[in-house]
Design a protein around this ligand. Structure first.
Ligand SMILES: Nc1ncnc2c1ncn2[C@@H]1O[C@H](COP(=O)(O)OP(=O)(O)OP(=O)(O)O)[C@@H](O)[C@H]1O
Ligand SMILES: [Mg+2]
Length: 289
């Protein structure tokens, strides 16, 4: 299987080849895909272990998460991808019997330090789930505001917050005339963009997306992927995906997990064209998983 790197994919879509055989986008790639050794981390895990009761499901993960870039987490089912992202905003510890050890740094501050408020962490590090989950009894408008209200906030101008967030997720034009209708009445792709708007209303710095497209059809998936391209200008994004093409299309960096360990982390084009580890190559070429 050949998987295209993000820049190559977009170059092909734009058909912007230059005379020297490269494309403008490929030439500019180095500006936004630094070598992994030079990435500027927004977050960093250091020897992160995670447990469910006695079972250790993350076995010492040390991974930098590049600022204002997209990092994809890939690996076979059960390897710990969801657990990893849930450790990044302290949602793992919400599960009874679950705990984490090691360090998770956000702007160099350990989010597990006893002085740090987990609610504040979850505002700075937002999450979007696999299945779109708008609040069923709420209108589209109230869904956008729901996260703020749950945090006890009453924006001065809620309508402008609603419009701004729905524009940010490219949903405004589709729903501006039906803001009072139930969020659950939207298509699943629209619902997922609504849930992203709800997360963004809290003004997070990092957005965690755990298989955000797995319940969506290809057209809705493409819309969410376009949105991720836009959002990475302003946010640090971590996306879990089983879809290799999706990782290649949206992510600047990719981390391959296997059985609770990090096997390889590099620029996405390196992971998909010349991985260093045989297990990475076996996985991305579909030999297992
Ligand atoms: N609530 C839980 N209680 C006990 N064990 C759990 C729980 N959730 C996950 N696990 C176990 O932790 C390990 C990692 O699970 P996790 O959900 O992080 O994997 P994943 O890589 O996200 O898998 P998938 O691709 O299927 O979503 C698995 O062995 C799983 O069975
Ligand atoms: Mg998972």
């Amino acid at each position: 299987m050949t998987v295209q790197s993000p820049s190559r994919t977009r170059s092909n879509m734009n058909n912007s080849s230059r005379n020297d055989g490269s494309s403008a986008e490929e030439t500019s790639k180095s500006r936004w895909d630094p070598p992994v050794s030079a990435l500027v981390p927004k977050m960093k895990t250091v020897d992160l272990h995670a447990y469910f009761g006695p079972a250790e499901v993350l076995k010492g993960i040390s991974l930098p998460i590049a600022d204002k870039q997209v990092t994809a987490v890939i690996g076979p089912s059960g390897c710990g991808k969801s657990t990893f992202v849930r450790c990044l905003n302290r949602m793992h510890e919400v599960v009874p019997g679950a705990r984490a050890a090691g360090r998770v740094l956000l702007d160099e501050q350990d989010i597990y330090h006893s002085d740090v408020d987990s609610v504040r962490v979850r505002r700075r590090v937002g999450m979007v789930f696999q299945k779109p989950n708008p609040f069923p009894t709420m209108s589209i408008r109230d869904n956008v505001l729901a996260g703020l209200r749950l945090n006890g906030e009453r924006p001065d101008d809620p309508d402008s917050v609603v419009e701004k967030m729905l524009r940010r997720v490219a949903l405004w034009d589709e729903v501006k005339d039906v803001l009072g209708r139930a969020g659950t009445g939207l298509s699943s792709g629209q619902q997922q963009r609504l849930c992203i708007a709800r997360s963004l209303a809290l003004e997070p710095e990092v957005l965690l997306m755990d298989e955000p497209c797995s319940a969506l059809d290809p057209i809705a998936t493409a819309r969410v992927e376009e949105l991720i391209h836009e959002l990475r200008r302003s946010y640090t994004i971590v996306i879990v995906t089983h879809n290799m093409q999706q990782a290649a299309r949206v992510a600047n960096f990719t981390a391959f997990f296997y059985l609770g360990t990090l096997i390889e982390h590099d620029r996405t084009d390196v992971i998909f064209t010349r991985p260093k580890e045989q297990r990475t190559e076996d996985y991305i070429t579909g030999r297992f998983g």
